[in-house]
Write a protein that binds this ligand. Structure first.
Ligand SMILES: *[C@@H]1O[C@H](CO)[C@@H](O)[C@H](O)[C@H]1NC(C)=O
Ligand SMILES: *[C@@H]1O[C@H](CO)[C@@H](O)[C@H](O)[C@H]1NC(C)=O
Length: 439
């Protein structure tokens, strides 16, 4: 099944394509649950036919012209499960022909691979990651995204920190039959404002007002002995107008790897433009060929990481198989206090504005230099970064990384040298040889 969706200012449209293209819905204002359900009902449920991408795109562009005769500034979410049947070539301004896979990179779009699985929450992950509008105060922030095969109970907690809490939703997606869901706030109140969609296999619980900070308990029960895939996604927004939420962005240093340069994963954990230190950051990579890797990203100023304590956590990938990889990062802070370093180390660049629909919009002003550390308490975040393509297997023994912390100390007539041994391949593995020496 292949479809295209456009969503902007609460206006949505749908086009599907296979051997031919068809408009399922022209520009439609989402004004309530009834409209949502009607649109969901229009979605095709069977995948069939070929993949004529050009036919689909042409139809989508026609729909986009319906409002103002133009397509400038409009957006397309393009979903496809296969290789193009037609010979797609995308021509940029300089008339360079490109493969469709790489079209999104050069056209300024984003590219995500959702690995084949029964977990529909992986699509929700991607959609919520594409909704960044340049303003962290109004951006949906994903606190949790988890799932598993369940027969019986699926219990857990989601921490709502002090920087988020508005428009909080807990969405449960299931594979076969609706489970029972119970949500309890930190003070013991049970929340039961729910929207159930049997068509989309989702149950969404919403918290009115600002959600109380602390641990929210969810208990999900799936009846029957057969296990089904169940997932939970918690999304919220900034709680207060004067407190910036902790946000995370995840990315690769390159969108395609051919084995000549090591691939680097990066996650920036910031509160506004201030780095958040001491967080536990783990990346999960999954390829369309079934490979799965889980690695910790570090902010230690050694190995892949350029600066210690800049809130940018990173890790090299030196061994990968050919394929398209998805990148998901989970950040967790269990301490009660977030450490903020002196201002000079703000790793994130202040960007004064951005362009939306051809209009220049200004970001909030740059923070004053004397920022006091803000205690946000424990928090969790999950983000999906853009996917990347590994063109051929990567397995290179990169040289050991440079030593960044050599210390020499004079003790009577001996010089003591100390350093941290970087890994054999940049920062993976251990270097051969001693880790400290005496001259
Ligand atoms: C999950 O929570 C429910 C309700 O509190 C409890 O009855 C059940 O034993 C829990 N199950 C597990 C596996 O923790
Ligand atoms: C728990 O907090 C909610 C929201 O702040 C409040 O409405 C409710 O009365 C509280 N319940 C208890 C038992 O304190």
């Amino acid at each position: 099944m292949h479809s295209m969706i456009g969503y902007k200012n609460n206006i949505l449209w749908l086009v599907m394509f296979s051997t031919n293209a068809k408009v399922l819905s022209t520009l439609t204002l989402i004004d309530g649950q009834a409209t949502r359900d009607r649109l969901i009902n229009m979605l095709p449920t069977i995948a069939a036919g070929s993949t004529y991408i050009c036919k689909g795109l042409r139809e989508a562009l026609k729909v986009l012209q319906n409002d103002d005769d133009k397509t400038i500034g409009d957006e397309i979410i393009f979903l496809t499960d296969g290789e193009a049947t037609d010979n797609v070539r995308v021509f940029t301004g300089s008339n360079v022909a490109l493969d469709f896979d790489y079209f999104s990179f050069t056209a300024g779009g984003k590219f995500y691979v959702v690995p084949d699985s029964e977990y529909s929450h992986k699509f929700v992950d991607v959609f919520s990651s594409t909704m960044f509008d340049g303003n962290s105060m109004t951006q949906p922030i994903q606190l949790e995204s988890t799932g598993k095969e369940v027969a019986g109970w699926f219990n857990g907690t989601v921490t709502i920190d002090r920087t988020v809490g508005k428009k909080t939703t807990f969405t449960v997606t299931y594979e076969t039959s609706a489970p029972t869901v119970r949500l309890q706030s930190p003070n013991g109140s049970v929340y039961d404002q729910r929207i159930t969609s049997n068509i989309a296999n989702t149950i969404t619980l919403t918290v009115p007002g600002t959600a109380e900070p602390g641990d929210w308990k969810y208990t999900i029960f799936s009846e029957g002995t057969a296990a089904q895939a169940i997932s939970l996604i918690a999304i919220s927004q900034a709680a207060h107008e004067d407190v910036y939420p902790v946000t995370v962005t995840a990315r690769m240093n390159q969108q395609t790897g051919d084995g000549t340069k090591p691939l680097l994963m990066l996650a920036e954990v910031t509160q506004h433009y201030n780095p958040v230190l001491g967080a536990s950051v783990w990346a999960t990579l999954e390829s369309d060929k079934g490979q799965s890797i889980r690695l910790q990203l570090l902010d230690i100023g050694a190995g892949a990481d350029s600066f210690k304590g800049d809130g940018t956590y990173s890790r090299y990938l030196t061994k990968l198989l050919q394929g398209k990889y998805s990148l998901k990062v989970r950040v967790e802070q269990k301490q009660t206090e977030v450490q903020l370093p002196p201002y000079r180390h703000s790793g994130a660049l202040y960007i004064p504005g951005y362009i939306d629909d051809g209009e220049v919009k200004l970001n909030p002003p740059e923070p004053p230099v004397n920022l006091q550390p803000v205690d946000v308490g424990s928090f969790t975040r999950t983000v999906t970064g853009q996917s990347f393509v590994v063109k051929k297997d990567v397995s290179i023994n990169f040289p050991p990384n440079k030593i960044t912390d050599l210390i020499a100390k004079l003790q009577e007539d001996t010089v003591l040298l100390g350093w941290t041994a970087p890994g054999d391949d940049y920062d993976l593995g251990r270097v051969s040889g001693p880790t400290g020496s005496k001259v």
